[in-house]
Every structure is written in C-alpha cells, then in structure tokens.
Design a protein around this ligand. Structure first.
Ligand code: DC
Length: 234
C-alpha cells in the first residue's frame, strides 16, 4: 500500500494566466521546490520575435511568408547561468535582448500565427515527455498539455496588475502614467483572450488562483499544497 506523498511520481504543472500576474515568479519557485525543470514559453515566443526583428521578417502584409520559410533555421533552447535560466537563439544567449517592450509587442504579434505556434508547441510538448516540468504561458493547460496533472490559472484584477507594473516601471527610473499603464493591461488582456489561435482561456479542470490580495508567501503555500496533494494521488 502506498502511503502519503510519493515525490517519485513526477507530474506536469501547467500555469496559465493574464500578463503581470506573477506567473513566472510562481512557476520558478514551484520548480525549485519540486526539483522540476521550469520552462518559460513566453521567452520562446520572444526569441522568435528577436529573430524576426534581426532579419527584418516582420512583414504581416506578406502573410509572414519569409518568417515561415525561416522557421526551420530557428533553434531555441534554455541554459542555466549564475543569474538563472536564460533562453538561447541558435546557440546565442539572448536573454538580455528579449525583455524589451518592443520585443514583447512583436512576440504578441507573431504569437497569433498558427505555424509559429505549432512550431513552438511541438518543442514544448517534447520538453514535457519525461514529466517533472513546470511550464508557464497562455495555452499550456489547454493546448500544450491538456492532460497535465495540475493546471493553475493565475489571475488578479486589472487594477492590481497595473499597480504592480506601475511600480516596476517606477523602480526602473521611468515616469509611468497610471491611465496608460492600466489601458495597456486591458489591451493585452483583450488581445490574449480574443486571438483566433489558442486564445488565453481557463482550462475546465484548472484551479483558479486569484492573487489580487494574497502575499507571495500565501500564494506559494497554497500552490505547494495543491502540488503535493496532486502528487500524492497520481
Ligand atoms: O509571457 P510573455 O509576456 O513573456 O509572453 C510574450 C508573448 O508571447 C505574449 O504576448 C503572449 C505570447 N505567448 C503566447 O501566445 N503563448 C504562450 N504560451 C506564451 C506566450
């Protein structure tokens, strides 16, 4: 008879949710706690966007035909560095170039292309073959791993998320305008949830975690509890 928690039963944890919900912070912390691999799928879309920018392939009028022809030449991977996990594009560590607003917007555009999604989803599914993975994004519990053992859908009110982003921008020395930051959060939510290809939506069997009024500690404890509960039943 099996008693209690069996950490040998590795599972897949799929974390989806709106932008600025703290998905990656939670996903990284859970992966560390569990000894699992963390995969930031947003970084993969951002790396493709960087490739597009460098080669001047941002050409929606052409139906992105040049980009589609180049997909086979794009190799994305992750490496561990002293500063944490970095994404690589054709062997180059590109972490320093992918977190800009411009690349974020380009990633948002190219993530609407069916072929780009299929290209990245296949790689993400291969990464999860041996389980023991925490993956975050927008379509992980719905498209990439519809059978994931634990699905979390993170959310917080637009105002709370805008407040977090506002503070981040201030901390970077910028002078954000509250109305603009809030409008940007609402715009991104709209784009993420209304695109034709794999829009952001909560999987039917996902556990919703609204962290509007939770501290990071409270949230972590709640999620670790869910994780341990799930591991004990697989
Ligand atoms: O999470 P992020 O901001 O780094 O993601 C960058 C863009 O990629 C974002 O606009 C949404 C898109 N994305 C996606 O469509 N599907 C994913 N699984 C992850 C990100």
């Amino acid at each position: 008879m099996k008693l209690g928690l069996n950490m040998n039963n590795k599972i897949i944890v799929a974390i989806d949710g709106y932008s600025s919900c703290g998905k990656s912070t939670i996903a990284k912390a859970l992966a560390k706690h569990a000894g699992y691999t963390y995969v930031d799928t947003g970084a993969m879309y951002r790396a493709v966007a960087l490739y597009v920018q460098r080669l001047g392939l941002a050409n929606p009028e052409s139906g992105y035909t040049d980009l589609l022809a180049q997909l086979k030449n794009i190799h994305i991977d992750f490496i561990q560095t002293p500063e944490g996990q970095h994404v690589t594009l054709n062997g180059e560590d590109v972490e320093a170039y992918i977190r800009t607003l411009e690349i974020g917007n380009l990633a948002s555009q190219i993530s609407t292309i069916k072929e780009v999604r299929a290209f990245l989803v296949a790689q993400q599914q291969a990464m999860g073959e041996k389980k023991g993975i925490v993956m975050d994004g927008r379509d992980i519990g719905t498209v990439v791993f519809p059978d994931a053992e634990l699905k979390l859908f993170l959310t917080a009110s637009p105002e709370v998320r805008a407040e977090r982003r506002f503070k981040e921008l201030e901390a970077k020395g910028e002078r954000p305008i509250w109305e603009e930051v809030l409008a940007d959060v609402n715009d991104r939510d709209y784009r993420d949830t209304h695109r034709a290809e794999s829009p952001l939506r909560q999987a039917d069997d996902a556990v919703v975690v609204d962290n509007s009024y939770m501290t990071r500690e409270e949230q972590m404890q709640h999620i670790i509890h869910l994780f341990r509960e799930r591991c004990a039943t697989v």
